[in-house]
Design a protein around this ligand. Sequence first.
Ligand code: URA
Length: 265
Amino acid sequence: MPGCALTARRLYRRPPRRHKHPVSPAGATVSLASMPDPADRVTELERYHHDEVVSCTRCALHETRTQVVVGSGALDADVMFVGEAPGYHEDVQGIPFVGASGKLLATLLEGIGLTRDDVFIANVLKCRPPGNRDPAPAEIRSCEPHLFRQVSLVRPRLICTLGNFATKLLSGRPDGISRVHGQETPIEIGGHRLLLYPLYHPAAALYARAMLSTLEGDFARIPVLLGDAAPAAPREEAAVPVAPKAPAPGPPAAAPADDQQLGLF
Ligand code: URA
């Protein structure tokens, strides 16, 4: 398939990166190996959300939240989007990405023939940090078992991380989004192999219009990646990292002073 994203994968012969959190501690009581049936995983994810996420008190954010924003969309989706944390509107409505960023996300999805219901949307943090401040490292550590459990049960073929926090958490690497956006990498989470595809956060594209066209361009490759990432590929081959694209253009000189999510770039 000329020009497709995965044609160069044989250039590298490194083993796949195994994530440092192969199975979330929060979900350790239920064996995923005994759940090959997608319907069982959906049932287990519903139970997990109901029993362990909506009432979570793992960090102090439970004291200030209106409600936990668990996630939304298809519990057996091929594609998962992971943002940063709920903002004001998400905290009120209990649904991720319902504010301005969410509208842009819906438009971008529409552009590739998908709706919010076709994908699963979640965040690194399930509760709103007061004043929309950045997630604190301790909050991320407390909340990450929920995200890893979601990934292990949804078993998406592709995870699009939106912005720095989700990208660094799921890649296990410190590289910022300006450097790695648009570069897919095979990873393994909970014994499940998938493609990680970092994207600029929609909020960043709303603040810096130059980033919008970059985000649109990266988004346009999602269908290609889904085609290439079909499970028909032999496991050994699917695990070989792809060649990185040319370095991405740098971030804008500065985000506007009223940008409440400075970690986005
Ligand atoms: N809304 C969310 O749910 N997550 C973000 O990261 C931003 C807005």
